[in-house]
Design a protein around this ligand. Structure first.
Ligand SMILES: C[S@@+](CC[C@H](N)C(=O)[O-])C[C@H]1O[C@@H](n2cnc3c(N)ncnc32)[C@H](O)[C@@H]1O
Length: 183
């Protein structure tokens, strides 16, 4: 099987872990594609929380998911996740960078991303994962990629598996898909 892009790999993990009725988090809702995939996976009995700091992103997400009742869209930084979620979650999905088609100057940042990823790891149920797709280079730079990869390397390997997928023979700083799985 050839994974052509990060969403292909994400779909593999969602299919492996997420069941009807689960609680999942889209930490960077953007245009809503991941929120929609998660909603399909959890079904009407589950809940998907979607975070974004831009109204425009949440509007786009709301339109894509047809205002689904079991989506909670939150206009706040994922760094503040504990204000909204105290239940255990099956997964959290981060897509770092800026809103496609939006303002490139509004994007995720190293310190808040690492803090939010840590919090999501702490919220994981007995089985579950946190997926982080890292976009880097260009307008985004390398600081966030370096900080996230440094944090991922520091996670206790006895408690969590951490895997990184590199599209190794692609030019121009291809995205890196990473996943933290609870053992
Ligand atoms: C690459 S886009 C996400 C794309 C999205 N997954 C999709 O399917 O369209 C990154 C998004 O993260 C949002 N963002 C930036 N900083 C954030 C933060 N601290 N908390 C939550 N969202 C943030 C941006 O506004 C942007 O919409």
């Amino acid at each position: 099987m050839i994974f052509s892009n990060p969403p292909d790999i994400l779909k593999f993990y969602i299919d492996s872990y997420v069941k009807s009725g689960d609680i999942c988090v889209d930490a960077t809702a953007g245009n809503g594609h991941d929120t929609k995939i998660l909603l399909d996976a959890v079904g009407s009995a589950g809940t998907v929380y979607g975070f974004d700091i831009q109204n425009k992103a949440l509007e786009n997400t709301r339109a894509l998911i047809n205002n689904a009742k079991n989506a909670r869209l939150i206009l706040d930084s994922h760094e503040n996740i504990e204000k909204y979620i105290t239940d255990k979650i099956r997964c959290a999905v981060f897509n770092l960078g800026y809103l496609p088609g939006g303002d490139h100057s509004v994007s995720t940042h190293a310190a808040s991303s690492v803090s939010a990823i840590k919090k999501c790891v702490g919220l994981l149920d007995e089985t579950g994962f946190v997926a982080v797709t890292i976009y880097h280079g260009g307008d985004t730079g390398y600081e966030e990629k370096d900080a996230v990869l440094e944090y991922l390397a520091s996670i206790d390997c006895r408690k969590y598996g951490v895997t990184a997928f590199y599209f190794h023979n692609r030019p121009n700083d291809p995205p890196i898909f990473t996943v933290i799985e609870k053992r």
